[in-house]
Structures are given as structure tokens and as C-alpha cells.
Design a protein around this ligand. Structure first.
Ligand SMILES: [Zn+2]
Length: 381
């Protein structure tokens, strides 16, 4: 196994690439989808089940883990991998995004952000230096720079000011991270939906030098068209020989569109969160399992899916356990959703390798356009 962090592209198709990120904790096949394990668990899933869906890497949230159970405690208990029983690669975010979206009273200065915990109101401070220290204690394989995400809506001038501070913070993150063989530090491109700012940000990051580059500040409510508009040029400003990570994306069609535009890694709470609210994602679009049409339906959610929810249970059962508030409902639907997302990634990787991504995308779109299978007409005697 590799003792270093490295990335190699094995095939390209248009802007899309497929390859492998090698780390001492295992390989990450790209394009990769990272399930989110916010509080040291992918909710409703055992780690070995997450692995069985095809996940090579998980995302952990620095903000949540630093507040509860605390980075020092996780370090004393042997690090996040051991703590949560996931021996494979883990990427941690910097905490910055969630400080802005979740915490109470906060004060932002050039030095960093002081905020109060949403758990117990206690005071905390996050800066490039403290974020690097916390992510080191967690034992993260891929560490993210501490950056600032401006609250939307923001003017172009506000986005520019925020982006330039994030670039100064990127340099401080790089300095604080130091030299840690086998661990990677990713810079984060900002700049909103303005091409010149995206280019300026990318140049600043390239001058510092990172092991990978994220495209930040998207999937925050701007809509798919605006996001794809940025992705038409933003990945091209980043180095070709390093992984490109689109943070917080997304729905299956967002993922396909991002991969087509040259993105290598993504993460999203969507498959697990939807699984707990009765929403299933299938190759034929979204299925709302709580709808009455499923109550008498003995057919699987997706007859082509090999996950436990589809191979061992009926729509009628999935409907019943959701309506009854049974825990197995969230477990089965989360498993199915994660399985579907990973199958989609495997399909994209195979299509890029075979040089038939265009045909794959056309098939993906036509299956979704068909919509869910027709409801059954039930004869009641
Ligand atoms: Zn399934």
C-alpha cells in the first residue's frame, strides 16, 4: 500500500476524468462520492455496510466533532478512524461552513471566528491554525483549508473581499499544516459566480501549492444552472494533475453534470438524509415511499438494484415501516440510497474509462425521464 498521497488519472473523456487517489489508508476510485458521517457515524448505517455500498472514503465534520465529543478526546481514544471503526480514508471539512450556518453568536475577524456552540452555548475559536490542529487530532487523511463562505445573497465586492481573506487563510492553513507525509491538504477556490474571481482565487491557491483543490461556495442555493455555469470554467483554472473536489454536491443529476465538467470528488448528506425522510433515489428518479400507492405493492423499490432494501423487501413493507416510524425504515432506505449513489459513480467511472460518457449520460437522462414504474391496480375482493 502507498505510504504517500498521490493521484493518477487513467482515462479522460471530454473534461471528465477517472483515476485513483492513493493514500496509506487505501485507494479512492474517482470520480468518488463521499457519504457524510457528521458525528462520527453515517446515520443509520454500520461502517461495514457503508463500505459494502462501494464507498472508499467518508467525510467527517470538524465543527460537530470539535464540540462533541471533542478533538482531544478523539485523539486520546486513538483518532477518528479507530473511534468510529472506519479504517479507510476520511476527509474532514474545516469547520468554517458550519460555524457560519449552525453556530450562535459569532464574531469574524482577520484572525478567525469566535462563536458559541449550538450544543451548549460554550465559546470556541476557529482559525486556520486551530482548524489544522483539530483536523490533525482527528487524524484526517484529507484536511481542508479553513476558509470563509460569505452569507448569501452577497454583492460581488463582498464575495471578492471574502475570497481574498480566504486566500490569506489558505496560506496560514498551509503553514500550520506543515509537512505530514501520507496526509493531504486541499485548498478551496472561492469567488462566487464571478469568473475573474474564480480565476484569481485559483491562481492564489496554485501559488501556495496544495495536494488537491476544492471548488467551494457552490451548492449553497444558487441553483443548478448557475452552478453548472461556474463549473463550465472553474475546474479548468485548477491544476490538472491534482484531484478536484466539489463540496456539498449533490443530487444525482448534479453529480453527473459535475463529473462531465471535470470534478473528481463530491460529498452530500442527501442520500442518508433522504433515507430517513422516506425519500428514495433510483435510476428512474425520486420515489416517495410514504405515498399510499405503495401500500399494497409487492414489487421491489428497484428491480435492478441489488441492495438489501430492494432484494429482500417489497415497496409495501418499506411503506409500512416508514409509516410506523420503525428504525429499519431509515436503515433500509439509507442503504438503498447510498448503494444507488455508489452505483452511479461506478457507472460514470466505467463510462469514462470506455470513452462512452456521452452515451451513459443520455441513458441516465432517459431513464429518469421515464419516471417511477406505474402504480399497481389492486383488486380488492
Ligand atoms: Zn436498492
Amino acid at each position: 500500500m502507498s505510504t504517500k498521497f498521490s493521484f493518477s488519472v487513467s482515462a479522460v473523456d471530454g473534461q471528465a476524468r477517472t483515476g485513483v487517489i492513493s493514500t496509506p489508508r487505501g485507494e479512492i476510485r474517482t470520480p468518488a462520492f463521499m457519504p457524510v458521517g457528521t458525528a462520527a457515524t453515517v446515520k443509520a448505517m454500520m461502517p461495514e455496510s457503508v463500505r459494502a455500498t462501494g464507498a472508499d472514503i467518508l467525510l467527517g465534520n470538524t465543527y460537530h466533532l470539535m464540540l462533541r465529543p471533542g478533538a482531544d478526546r478523539i485523539e486520546r481514544l486513538g483518532g477518528l478512524h479507530k473511534f468510529m471503526n472506519w479504517p479507510r480514508p476520511i476527509l474532514t471539512d474545516s469547520g468554517g461552513f458550519q460555524v457560519m450556518s449552525l453556530s450562535g453568536l459569532r464574531k469574524l475577524t482577520e484572525e478567525g471566528v469566535t462563536f458559541s456552540s449550538h450544543v451548549d452555548g460554550s465559546k470556541h475559536f476557529l482559525s486556520p491554525e486551530t482548524s489544522m490542529e483539530i483536523q490533525r487530532k482527528l487524524g484526517s487523511d484529507i484536511v481542508m483549508c479553513f476558509d470563509e463562505c460569505p452569507a448569501l445573497p452577497a454583492t460581488e465586492a463582498e464575495v471578492a473581499t471574502s475570497m481574498r481573506m480566504s486566500m490569506r487563510w489558505a496560506q496560514r492553513s498551509r503553514d500550520a499544516f506543515g509537512d505530514r507525509p501520507g496526509h493531504a491538504l486541499f485548498g478551496i477556490q472561492q469567488g462566487g459566480v464571478t469568473r475573474e474571481l474564480r480565476e484569481e482565487s485559483a491562481e492564489a491557491l496554485r501559488a501556495i501549492g496544495f495536494d488537491g483543490y476544492a471548488i467551494g461556495g457552490l451548492a449553497v442555493g444558487e441553483g443548478q444552472e448557475a452552478m453548472f455555469g461556474v463549473l463550465d470554467y472553474a475546474p479548468g483554472f485548477l491544476p490538472e494533475d491534482k484531484p478536484r473536489y466539489l463540496m456539498g454536491v449533490g443530487k444525482p443529476d448534479d453529480i453527473v453534470g459535475a463529473v462531465v465538467r471535470g470534478v473528481d470528488m463530491m460529498d452530500c448528506v442527501l442520500p442518508s438524509r433522504s433515507g430517513r425522510t422516506g425519500q428514495a433515489w433510483t435510476r428512474r428518479g425520486q420515489v416517495n415511499i410514504k405515498n399510499a400507492r405503495h401500500a399494497d405493492d409487492p414489487r421491489p423499490l428497484d428491480e435492478h438494484c441489488s441492495c438489501p432494501a430492494c432484494s429482500q423487501y417489497s415497496r409495501a413493507y418499506l411503506h409500512h415501516v416508514f409509516r410506523s416510524g420503525e428504525m429499519i425504515s431509515g436503515m433500509l432506505l439509507t442503504w438503498h440510497n447510498l448503494h444507488y449513489f455508489q452505483e452511479l459513480m461506478a457507472g460514470l467511472r466505467g463510462a469514462i474509462a470506455a470513452g462512452r460518457l456521452g452515451a451513459f449520460v443520455a441513458e441516465f437522462e432517459s431513464q429518469r425521464a421515464e419516471g417511477d414504474i406505474e402504480p399497481l391496480t389492486v383488486e380488492r375482493g
